[in-house]
Write a protein that binds this ligand. Structure first.
Ligand code: GMT
Length: 372
């Protein structure tokens, strides 16, 4: 098959899922054409069967902001005309779903359009007044809409009064990249007597990185520990200020944006993931795949990924005391930590391995093409 994949290239789970799906499909012999602004960060190297078509930014004094939507439709149309694609797969509804539908209409020949919803496209962006009608329209007109969790299916039904099918295709992980064996030496990031806690996100308010600092404070009061923060974003200044106020700056490694997180993640003892909502929580899955237990909030789709008591622990959103207690429990009981860590790795391999979910995407594509 020849697949046109529309996705965001910036840091974020939806772009990661699109890139990983594209890589797996390409390995399975399909031709994958990414249509994005820039190179999705998980598409590092040249790979056979993968093509990247860059949506340019058109600057003109007349436009206060470059009209991204129109340039993306044009680029998609150009790819449709030159590469004889079989289908278009839009990751993240806004605006990719609508871009794919409009490009198909201008192309004048029917090919299936699949939209995969990732979470914020439904909950934050799509539901916003300015985007609501167009997002709803693009869901109604897509040939198939898939979601990354049951939580997101329910939320989409409620928000958009969507009555069509909404198959859940869980996100997946490359368990050969995210595995315990790739870990860096602990002593390269922490002192020998320090437990290592880690958090990775885009530091948006929804990620509650301030909670991470409070949880760390709770742990740090009881034992030596180091917090590794990966990523950057709007809450970074507040996080740095709080860390300073609590006297924790010396115990925190602020690493900023890092592309290849697996070796550092795998060296950690616990991932702290207190988001107020995650439709799925890809970072949590990557952590489980590395055999690193997750302490998270019981919110939205997170319990579908992090099974409480088996691969990590969940507490109510904002309950930093309980999250610190769970973290300490793991750090202080070696047998428990080892058991949860083994469970986590096995669970990621059996439930969320890339192969299993990519085959599902492939069969959905085939089904749509058979009904063409
Ligand atoms: O979480 C973000 O801010 C980024 C966002 C995205 O679209 O890239 O992540 C969403 O999609 C990921 C991949 O499907 C999910 O793992 C994240 O849970 C989801 N984020 C939210 O629902 C907040």
């Amino acid at each position: 098959m020849k697949v046109g994949m529309l996705c965001h290239a910036s840091y974020g789970g939806s772009g990661v899922v699109a890139a990983e799906l594209g890589k797996c499909l390409a390995k399975r012999g399909h031709e994958v054409h990414f249509i994005t602004v820039g190179r999705p960060f998980r598409l590092e190297n040249y790979q056979k069967n993968i093509f990247i078509h860059e949506v340019g930014a058109f600057h003109h004094p007349l436009f206060e902001v470059p009209p991204y939507f129109i340039t993306q439709v044009n680029k998609t149309l150009e790819v449709l005309r030159n590469y004889d694609l079989d289908l278009l797969h839009a990751h993240y509804a806004v605006p990719h779903s609508l871009s794919a539908l409009l490009a198909r209409q201008i192309f004048g020949k029917y090919i299936p359009v699949i939209t995969t919803l990732h979470g914020t496209d439904t909950s934050l962006v799509g539901a916003h007044q300015e985007f609501y009608q167009t997002t709803r329209y693009s869901l109604e007109k897509s040939d198939l809409v898939t979601v990354v969790s049951s939580f997101l299916a329910e939320q989409t039904r409620q928000t958009f009064h969507f009555t069509g099918e909404l198959p859940v295709l869980y996100n997946f992980v490359n368990t050969e990249v995210f595995k315990p064996e790739v870990r860096i030496e602990r002593k390269s990031v922490a002192r020998i007597d320090e437990a290592i806690l880690i958090h990775i996100s885009n530091f948006r308010p929804l990620k509650r990185v301030l909670d991470v600092i409070h949880i760390f404070k709770g742990v740090r009061q009881k034992r030596r520990a180091r917090l590794i923060l990966i990523g950057d974003g709007p809450d970074m200044p507040a996080v740095q200020k709080l860390a300073k106020r609590l006297g924790l700056t010396q115990d925190i490694n602020f690493l900023g944006q890092i592309d290849n997180v697996a070796p550092i993640l795998a060296a950690a003892d616990v991932l702290l993931y207190p988001s107020s909502c995650e439709s799925f929580g890809l970072v949590a899955l990557e952590s489980l795949s590395c055999g690193v237990p997750v302490v998270a909030a019981h919110a939205c789709g997170i319990p579908e990924v992090v099974i409480h008591g088996q691969v990590g622990f969940l507490a109510e959103v904002g309950d930093v005391k309980e999250m610190a207690r769970y973290t300490l429990m793991l750090l202080e009981d070696n047998d428990l930590k080892q058991k949860i860590s083994n469970n986590a790795r096995n669970y990621a391999i059996s439930q969320f391995n890339a192969e299993q979910w990519v085959v599902k995407y492939e069969s959905i594509y085939k089904e749509l093409l058979n009904h063409k």
